[in-house]
Design a protein around this ligand. Structure first.
Ligand SMILES: [Zn+2]
Length: 252
């Protein structure tokens, strides 16, 4: 029996090595990010930090992207002159950060829009609906610093509107926010999406957030917040409706 053990060990090391090599590059040896970028460029699509590029990514490739980011993050740690070999706290940091970016905090770039079950406005509601506060976790595209805040959504459906379930507002918000971006653009994108999906008479989005750009770095102002609002349709034209919405959301 003692002959069997070393053989098993040898095979597993080899497999691990090969898997790592394959997942980071395609058959032609190009990094996966370059392969994906070429697909996007071939379609003349945009791939800014706050764009979703899920349709250019094939099943299984996200794991490969994690490997590639981990490799490059390791180089960043080395350039920061951190001894990742002997400092046990940073030994696997490159992979933890890569996974955090690709699978969590920037995941809204890489996965498809959550499916929204729409149902007809059977009771023909045309009264103001307010959803919130929805917790927002995002990051600024300038420094990749966290943005933590809350969002309120106001919808004035038309009789023809397709309504979406309450939890879907959170799912959709999360999908938009889990990308590096700036707050002003994020709220506009969310409002656009809601208009397209629900076709309401009016939609309003208010976001208030702490920007770690201002707190962790920069001016180190711990109490500064940014508040943005987007008013569309009836919310823009009807000041009473707008006032009602703003009075009903409790930003305290
Ligand atoms: Zn920033």
């Amino acid at each position: 029996m003692p002959t069997k053990k070393p053989v098993v060990k040898k095979v597993s090391t080899l497999q691990k090595k090969e898997f790592k090599k394959e997942s980071a590059k395609d058959e032609s040896g190009l990094p996966l990010s370059v392969v994906i970028r070429r697909r996007i460029e071939a379609q003349k699509a945009r791939f800014h930090a706050n764009d979703n590029i899920a349709s250019f990514i094939k099943p299984g490739e996200l794991e490969g992207l994690v490997d590639e980011v981990a490799e490059k993050m390791q180089a960043v740690l080395e350039s920061l002159v951190i001894d990742t070999e002997n400092d046990h706290n940073t030994q696997n940091t490159c992979r933890r950060v890569a996974k955090m970016y690709v699978q969590e905090v920037f995941n809204g770039r890489y996965v498809d829009q959550p499916t929204l079950t729409k149902f007809p406005n059977v009771s023909r509601l045309n009264e103001l609906m307010i959803i919130g506060p929805i917790t927002v976790r995002s990051a600024c595209s300038h420094h990749l610093c966290p943005i933590m805040g809350r969002i309120w959504i106001g919808v004035l459906p038309s009789k023809e509107s397709a309504l979406i379930g309450l939890s879907k507002y959170s799912r959709l918000t999360e999908w938009v926010m889990c990308r590096p971006q700036i707050q002003e653009e994020a709220v506009v994108e969310l409002a656009d999406m809601l208009e397209k999906k629900i076709k309401p008479i009016g939609v309003a989005v208010v976001m208030d957030a702490d920007h770690f750009c201002m707190q962790w770095r920069g001016v180190k102002d711990r109490d500064s917040k940014m508040i943005n609002s987007v008013m569309r349709g009836a919310f823009l034209k009807d000041s009473n409706l707008r006032r009602e919405f703003l009075a009903l959301i409790d930003r305290k």
